[in-house]
Write a protein that binds this ligand. Structure first.
Ligand code: ZN
Length: 382
């Protein structure tokens, strides 16, 4: 059959038809049912505090605010963004007798080995800009606060009481549920968790583990109080967050929404979050709404990754450092960078066909370069 239309030029986007974009006229349609009868929108997202944000993180955070602002208008409800700052991300890895132990970002900030401002200022700059531009307020919630929230601890207790039900969901390869304590003396945490024992008692979860230097130790997590600290690894934390957001529907009379990069949709949602919410007995009507922001892809079609950039250097994606480091990006291209990305993203926030797709880093780089170029031209002609 001969083609019926001219293809767009190489700089224009082409939209392949996808199911969810056919099902919706506006992205707010995905929230409409869950928002009915509610007083507010609570929109939660998270990022590991593993250094300066790169362009992928910038895109996700700005998308969160753009989606919040768009949904606020479309549904006529006030909106708040909650940013979970994951300072429990590993910052240091030590090998002792063939075993890997880690310390978290938060621990190294506490001991002065990491500078707090250095870890957080990039995110704060981004959050402040997005909040001012969208007129959506936000809360900055460190992991130490998150792990102590009553619904999060209730979920912890349920999982600890029913370990057999959750093993295959949170650890399909080795069955080890990783709710890890750290040594009270030196804060080392055993990565494999092979010496970890989890037990649920009378209103407490008890974690027993082994430090290679200080021997056996025990952490008691009080379910109705704030005593104790534990590291929930990614699947456990994801499930707790689903439980928390579901509880917030009642607690805050809120339509709870989680917004994350698209790599948390698809397989993660199907194999981890959805089975876990069902196992916890949460009816589908009380599930939080999950929305996913477009992935920014490198030239090989993979997700643009700071970890890979750190490992391979600039040759990894043949990109200037600016796209992997927010501070450099703003220094080189100016604050207009945020404006250029924001203009693009506000369209993603509204239009299904723009939200449910990925973008190459080259597409975004062209947008940013064009805006910087225009800014220079405007300066010359002014
Ligand atoms: Zn120790």
């Amino acid at each position: 059959m001969p083609p019926t239309a001219q293809p767009p030029s190489s700089s224009e986007l082409i939209f392949a038809p996808v199911g969810i974009a056919h099902l919706t006229r506006d992205n707010a349609d995905l929230l409409r049912g869950a928002a009915r009868g509610k007083q507010r929108l609570r929109i939660t997202t998270a990022a590991q505090l593993n250094g300066t944000p790169h362009i992928g993180t910038v895109v996700t955070v700005l998308s969160v605010f753009a989606i919040a602002a768009h949904a606020r208008e479309a549904l006529d409800l006030p909106a708040t963004v909650i940013f979970d700052a994951l300072d429990n991300a590993p910052a240091e890895q030590i090998e002792i007798d063939g075993e890997i132990y880690t310390r978290t970002v938060g621990d190294l900030i506490d001991t002065g080995q990491l500078d707090r401002a250095n870890r957080i200022s990039g995110f704060e700059r981004l959050l402040r800009w997005a909040a001012a531009r969208s007129d959506v307020r936000y809360e900055f919630r460190p992991y130490s606060i998150y792990q102590g929230l009553p619904p999060v601890r209730t979920c912890l207790y349920t999982m600890a009481s029913r370990l057999e039900d959750f093993r295959s969901i949170v650890a399909p390869s080795d069955g080890i549920v990783r709710i890890r304590p750290r040594c009270p003396e030196c804060r080392l945490m055993e990565k494999s968790a092979k010496n970890l024992t989890i037990s649920a008692g009378d209103g407490v979860v008890q974690l027993d583990s082994l430090c290679p230097v200080h021997g056996r130790y025990q952490e008691i997590i009080d379910i109705s109080g704030s005593d104790g600290w534990y590291d929930a690894n990614t699947p456990v934390r994801s499930i707790q967050k689903g439980f928390l957001l579901s509880a917030e529907r009642e607690l805050y009379e809120a339509c709870s929404v989680s917004v994350d990069g698209a790599d948390w949709g698809g397989a993660w949602h199907a194999h981890v979050l959805a089975p876990a919410l069902t196992t916890l007995g949460i009816p589908a009507a009380n599930w939080p709404v999950s929305m996913f922001t477009p992935l920014v892809l490198d030239r090989s079609g993979g997700k643009l990754s700071k970890t890979l950039y750190v490992r391979y250097g600039p040759a990894y994606a043949d990109l200037p450092e600016a796209f992997l480091n927010l501070d450099v990006l703003l220094d080189q291209y100016g604050d207009g960078t945020f404006d250029a990305i924001w203009t693009e993203i506000t369209r993603w926030a509204a239009e299904p066909r723009r939200l449910h797709r990925a973008y190459t880093v080259d597409y975004l780089a062209d947008l940013i370069r064009a805006s910087a170029h225009n800014a220079i031209l405007n300066r010359h002609t002014a």
